[in-house]
Design a protein around this ligand. Sequence first.
Ligand SMILES: [Zn+2]
Length: 255
Amino acid sequence: MIDTHSHIYSEEFDSDRREVVENAKNVGVQKAVLANVDAASIERLEKTQAEFPNFCLSAMGLHPTSVNDAYIVELQAIKENLFAKKYCAIGEIGLDLYWDNTFINEQQTAFEQQLRWALELDLPVIIHIRKAFAEVFQSLQKFRKNMPKGVFHCFSGGIEEAKKAVELGFLLGIGGVVTFKNSNLGAIISETGIDKIVMETDSPYLAPAPFRGKRNEPKYTREILQKLATVFSVSDEKIDFITTENACKLFNIEL
Ligand SMILES: [Zn+2]
């Protein structure tokens, strides 16, 4: 299994990070993609990557909730790293209008700039969207002739958004939400298909049932796998095989 989205570099894991990685490996999680947030998180991300070089893969990007008055300086820091080192993706990037939309224009500018870098560097993108599907699709439309590859991380849209994302060539990142009782995510992805999804935890957030509300960890990718096996009425092995292959192809991972 591959956890395609996690933040185990964050301080929530400072006391037991090594154990967290071991526990993940013990249940069959072979790799975890670390998604960056902003300039301040880079040091932790790099440190964690260096500590677990065979388990972690890093993505570099500016998260939309970190886009504010100072976003040009933030973007510059992201760019310097992106063009100087090797990353498996640009992320996480996107639009988040859930908390407030004061910086919607800046968010859109930063998002589109990072999409252009993705094309320039031939890297996939990890897209974060919260209450902003129409705006994200609006930005992506500008790239319709040359669309970066990528994933809609922690997919939270409806069937129309899922179909549209897939049509544009994107995969859907599926995590803890699919295990929640009131979630209709299972019904949505059974229409788009197993070959369009990758698994993710978004640790430390969004732990799957029955651990909902607790700290999430890469080892819970297994709970997501088991739920997906039920959703698609196939074996755990089949979900593992297909989602791992999807992730390897997207992020250029060799196991
Ligand atoms: Zn994230």
